[in-house]
Design a protein around this ligand. Structure first.
Ligand code: GDP
Ligand code: MG
Length: 764
């Protein structure tokens, strides 16, 4: 039985073709060791049955994604009798980039020019005879969707399967060809199959090739050293350039040159004129994102509360009636009664805040319900209410906003807009070792780190994904806002307004993200940012089914992964804060009935947690040990414990502080103390739900590195700023001097390491 493989870019129609060829015989498995689908089935309409494999969609045969490695190894090692390279004819140039690589392998290849129905519709056509001549392999026009041309495709492929084919390259650069030929001959001498393919990959310093055939690397390096005198050579990009040159010079002309219809802009092109405009694209995107965040997280929709309050000359009462109550009031006559009487003005909450508030009401009433019948002062009551239900409440209350955020993102994605955004932003991000796609997760981070970390799934490159996850804490999430609000009330900040403090935290977070990104890039062994090749799909109306499926997947993921982790963590923290050695020295549950007050009180100050806090305080000592610092004196352990319980959810920081008696009015921190505490809490390890999300997205080693990174940047940055601001408080000129020295040192070190890396890369 013959084996055929379907290879091509994502979305070129492979699976559609596979389904119509194999029908009911198809079955899905996994490729060994990875969670990528392996689809196999039979084609029965020829003299002989054909086994067909649907390879994962790829843009290149480089070794940067599991999909690429799978497809590449399959073609080279399993040696299918014919590779059917599915090409999306409406995106010919992008798709042919992969074809030029497949052609280098010693295997029969047939090009299936798919989506021909769309070409007809747009009044375009492709000269297949010319294309065949340039590529040197058969080209068959098909429409996988309509089932057109499939029979002749299979007949051509079947015929090709009987004729062995030698790989050939489209590269025409003389000096490059010379080198490739030398390496190819060496490979051939070693008896390696597909020597041309391996030779080209080795010349391009492909990771897999370098690993397998290290002995030939010196040949390439020597050659390179000879060329170096002339110019800065990067063979990998030279090879890529050569491919594109071939495509644009030889193949593009096959495309509908004779058609008048080409003049007519398609609808997609027209929309692109606006959305990917040179100047307006980014501002437009910022506005769109602003509205998404506004609809999801704003407590004052369209700022009508602020505006109304300004017009009426009354204070805006932000914290009084947020959530669903704002709507209730808006719909009641009350809203328009003389504002002076109400003493303030509210806005209408966004849909996200509204739903979250209702959810909170529902989960809150569950807690109240349990409280009403469970006996007071018992450990099991506390376990259920202060432990389990409180933890569950923290997880559930995020669901509405997460779903709404993902709903908007799914629409942007499914409509084809997201692909364009990534494309627009790619250039700026590249300087920091990230590609354009990293932007969406980062923006989401301002809402909640959990969906932000989950959104890194759209990043195909592992390294970039890891880097992006690590930067997420720099974007202050919604749950951290109460911490800033509380700190803004500290008296020592009165010299400069509290809102400026909050603003500086948000902006400072972004600024540090840029610095950390550069830092990761500079110290990375591998400076490579994967090339950002993507086809821009045509715009289309988002499909409810796609959006629904995406939301459902996120929902499940969030609920199961985060809920299990947060439930477990909450129990541990609950135990640590409600058990300890009482005043009688015995280990016990720490809720007692206070005769005088006539109510139950909990003695958290005696808990295991408090002892841990007192111990851990010394660990954090350098971050605030001077008077006015957060690790200084009697209150030191309380701040320490609060940052630790922040692991459950960042709202816990302020909650724990309140329980331990640190509230507005009782905080006595210096400006250095405030900033040190704020900086530590901003950058540090996020809540358990976010840790769970990171655990789900990264492999073991990378996950622990991420935890270490979060801890290191928070401790390090807080340390530097604490002492710097303390110095400013004593002598401003001293602070200035050290600041300048620090900046100088960082810049110098950056330049030095970059140079070192370059030299190392060259000598490799
Ligand atoms: P894969 O990622 O390569 O497996 O691509 P799919 O088979 O999932 O197809 C991607 C999209 O292209 C789907 O929405 C298909 O319905 C559509 N599609 C596939 N083949 C054709 C075709 O010949 N004509 C048209 N108009 N659409 C197609
Ligand atoms: Mg597919």
């Amino acid at each position: 039985m013959k084996n055929f493989a379907l290879a091509g870019n994502p979305n070129c129609g492979k699976t559609t073709l596979f389904n119509s060829l194999t029908g009911s015989t198809a079955h899905v498995g996994n490729w060994p060791g990875v969670t990528v689908d392996k689809k196999e089935g039979r084609y029965k309409k020829l003299d002989e049955e054909i086994n067909i494999v649907d390879l994962p969609g790829i843009y290149s045969l480089s070794p940067y994604t599991p999909e690429e490695v799978i497809s590449r190894n399959f073609i080279i090692e399993e040696k299918p009798d014919c590779v059917i390279n599915v090409v999306d004819a409406t995106n010919l140039e992008r798709n042919l980039y992969l074809s030029t690589q497949i052609l280098e392998i010693d295997v029969p290849v047939v090009i299936a020019l798919n989506m021909s129905d769309l070409m007809d519709k747009e009044g375009k056509s492709i000269d297949t005879i010319k294309l065949e001549k340039e590529l040197g392999v058969p080209v068959v026009k098909i429409s996988a969707l309509k089932g057109e041309g499939l029979k002749s495709l299979m007949e051509v492929a079947y015929k090709a399967a009987f004729t062995p084919r030698k790989g050939h390259s489209v590269i025409e650069d003389k000096s490059l060809l010379h080198l490739i030929e030398d390496v190819r001959i060496a490979f051939e001498g070693m008896g390696v199959a597909s020597p041309l393919f391996h030779a080209i990959k080795l010349v391009g310093k492909d990771d897999i090739e370098v690993e397998n055939h290290g002995n030939l690397v010196s040949m390439v390096d020597q050659y390179k050293a000879n060329m170096e005198a002339k110019e800065d050579v990067d063979f990998e990009s030279m090879i890529a350039d050569a491919r594109y040159k071939f495509i644009s010079e030889k193949c593009s002309s096959a495309l509908s040159k004779h058609e008048v219809a080409e003049e007519k802009l398609s609808k997609s092109d027209k929309i692109d004129k606006v959305l990917t405009h040179k100047i307006w694209a980014i501002p437009l995107f910022v506005v769109i994102m602003f509205f998404i965040f506004h609809f999801t997280f704003s407590e004052d929709l369209f700022y009508i509360g602020h505006i109304g309050a300004a017009i009426a000359g009354v204070p805006f009462d932000e914290f009084e009636l947020i959530g669903h109550a704002g709507w209730v009031r808006f719909l009641s006559a009350d809203y328009w009664t003389p504002l002076e009487e109400l003493g303030g003005m509210n806005g209408i909450p966004s849909i996200g805040v509204f739903l979250q508030s209702w959810f909170g009401l529902a989960t809150g009433s569950i807690i109240t319900g349990f409280e009403s019948f469970m006996p007071e002062g018992q450990w099991y009551t506390s376990l259920v209410i202060d432990g389990l239900l409180t933890g569950l409440d923290a997880v559930l209350s995020f669901i509405p906003q997460i779903m709404i955020l993902f709903f908007f993102i799914a629409i942007l994605e499914d409509s084809g807009y997201m692909a364009r955004v990534a494309f627009i932003l790619d250039r700026a991000f590249r300087k920091f070792g990230l590609s354009g796609k990293a932007f969406i997760p980062m923006l989401s981070g301002f809402g909640c780190s959990v969906p932000a970390i989950m959104a890194t799934r759209t990043l195909e490159d592992e390294k970039e994904k890891n880097r992006t996850i690590r930067l997420i804490t720099c974007f202050s999430c919604g749950a951290k806002a109460p911490i800033w609000a509380l700190l803004a009330t500290v008296g020592t900040l009165a010299g400069f307004a509290g809102d400026l403090f909050v603003f500086s935290i948000y902006l400072g977070g972004i600024a540090m993200a840029v610095i950390y990104a550069l830092f990761m890039k500079i110290f990375s062994k591998d400076q490579y940012v994967s090339p950002f090749i993507m086809e821009l799909p045509s715009y289309h109306m988002p499909q409810p089914r796609n959006v629904g499926a995406l939301l459902w997947e996120k929902f499940k993921h969030y609920l199961f992964k985060a809920a299990t982790i947060i439930a477990a963590a909450t129990m541990v923290i609950w135990f640590l804060s409600y058990f300890g050695w009482g005043e009688d020295g015995k280990f016990q549950f720490l809720v007692f009935f206070d005769e005088e007050a006539g109510e139950y009180v909990s003695r958290i100050d005696l808990s295991i947690l408090s002892y841990l806090g007192r111990g851990l305080r010394y660990f954090y000592y350098p971050l605030g040990c001077l008077p006015g610092g957060w690790t200084y004196g009697e209150d030191g352990w309380k701040y320490t414990v609060s940052t630790i319980t922040g692991l459950i959810a960042k709202e816990q920081v302020v909650d724990t502080m309140a329980v331990l008696g640190l509230e507005e009015g009782t905080l006595s921190l210096s400006a250095a103390g405030v900033y040190s505490f704020a900086i530590y809490n901003l950058f540090t390890i996020p809540c358990f739900a976010a840790i769970g999300a990171a655990y789900g997205e990264q492999n073991r080693k990378q996950f622990w590195l991420t935890m270490l990174f979060w801890f290191a940047i928070s401790y390090g940055t807080a340390l530097v700023f604490y002492w710097l601001i303390s110095l400013y408080e004593v002598a401003w000129w001293g602070g200035l001097l050290v600041t300048l020295a620090l900046i100088g040192g960082i810049v110098f070190a950056g330049i030095y390491v970059t140079k070192l890396n370059k030299r190392k890369a060259l000598s490799n």
